[in-house]
Design a protein around this ligand. Structure first.
Ligand code: NAP
Length: 320
């Protein structure tokens, strides 16, 4: 028997229940993965609380994890027992052992621990999709990254800068500035203080792109720096959806994009290539020293409370 966290109904963190299950032998094209770390993502709270539909119930949430292959089913040639692997978006992650299609897995390099991989794949591939596909940055791009202390933002801001962009990062509170400058991003503004407008005005060019994952709480900051020709990438809304029609009246001529990470990874080759770029960037030190917050799988209720109260840090994982 192995551990699994099930929801019998959607609701508050207390609906998450630790139970047991038997995981069978893998079927054709499947792998049985012993998960060493499960990534916690903000989106998990949407599946838990009913913001996103979840059927049928009971259900297992969580989208990413990394671990060691225990067994492979017929037809699997890319992975073998003992090899480490991870995935970035395959619902049903909150468990110690799972079956998963081999086509969803990426190999985890020997020098990347499983907890690092599990804290990195979904958030890092989301950051990759933004800086490589949605609005590819290059030398001379002026990019604003909101939520720069968050899981995605703390990867996106230094990565955009590493690729040559001038980055202005936005954080919620003054005491968070140092954490972002430690990533090598020099221009850090505090939300709702006028800082962002001031820093962007000092640049000799208009803003090319705002990567926004905060939404409502930073609406005025974001609307204030967009000009005709800028791109606003609405990649998340950790504080609630923005009113797009209001934005259009305040900042006309802005290109608005919304997309899921998966849309930018249409093939296995694309997934493997993006994961390789991500692990290379990690190895080069682009993301600085990542502090991982570890919770036992059995402590999942507390972990969700911490994510919702914004105290879990940018890289929380569940350890089965
Ligand atoms: N489109 C996609 O494929 C995709 C993929 C992954 C994630 N997302 C979305 O992107 C968003 C961020 O995800 P994440 O995993 O990075 O979440 P996260 O780690 O919880 O980060 C959220 C960020 O938003 C900031 N924030 C939250 N509420 C705020 C407020 N009221 N005022 C100012 N800043 C606030 C947080 O600041 P603090 O540090 O102060 O808490 C943090 O920097 C979520 O909406 C998620 O669903 C989208």
């Amino acid at each position: 028997m192995s551990d699994v966290v099930r929801l019998h109904q959607q609701g508050g963190p207390e609906v998450l229940r630790l139970e047991s299950e038997n995981v069978p032998e893998p079927g054709p094209g499947e792998v049985r993965l012993r998960q060493e770390a499960v990534g916690l993502n903000y989106v998990d709270t949407y599946f838990r609380d009913g913001t996103f539909p979840l059927r049928p119930l009971p259900a297992v949430i969580g989208v990413e994890a990394a671990g060691t292959v225990e067994a492979v089913g017929p037809g699997v040639t890319e992975f073998s027992p003992g090899q480490r692997a991870g995935y970035f978006f395959s619902p049903g992650a909150y468990r110690s052992v799972r079956l998963i299609a081999a086509s969803q897995l990426v190999p985890v390099p020997d020098d990347v621990p499983s907890d690092v991989a599990a804290s990195l794949l979904a958030k890092g591939l989301t950051a990759w999709a933004r800086v490589r596909r949605v609005f590819p940055v290059h030398s001379g791009t002026l990019a604003v990254v909101t939520g720069a202390t968050g899981g995605v933002g703390s990867l996106l801001a230094p990565w955009a800068q590493h690729l040559g962009a001038k980055v202005v990062a936005l954080v919620a509170r003054p005491e968070q500035v140092a954490a972002v400058t430690a990533l090598g991003v020099e221009d850090v503004a505090v939300a709702n203080t006028g800082d962002l407008f001031r820093l962007v005005s000092q640049a000799v060019q208009p803003v090319d792109v705002v990567y926004d994952q905060v939404g409502q709480a930073v609406f005025d900051d974001v609307a204030g720096v967009l000009t005709s020709g800028s791109t606003l990438d609405l990649l998340g809304n950790a504080s609630g959806e923005i009113d797009v029609s209001r934005l259009r009246t305040q900042a006309s001529g802005v290109r608005i994009t919304r997309s899921s990470t998966g849309e930018h990874l249409p093939s296995r080759a694309a997934l493997l290539g993006a994961a390789e770029e991500l692990f290379d960037a990690l190895r080069e030190g682009v993301f600085g020293k990542r502090e991982i917050t570890r919770y036992a799988l059995a402590d999942v209720v507390r972990a969700h409370r911490d994510v919702e109260s914004r105290s879990a840090g940018p890289a929380p994982v569940l350890i089965p």
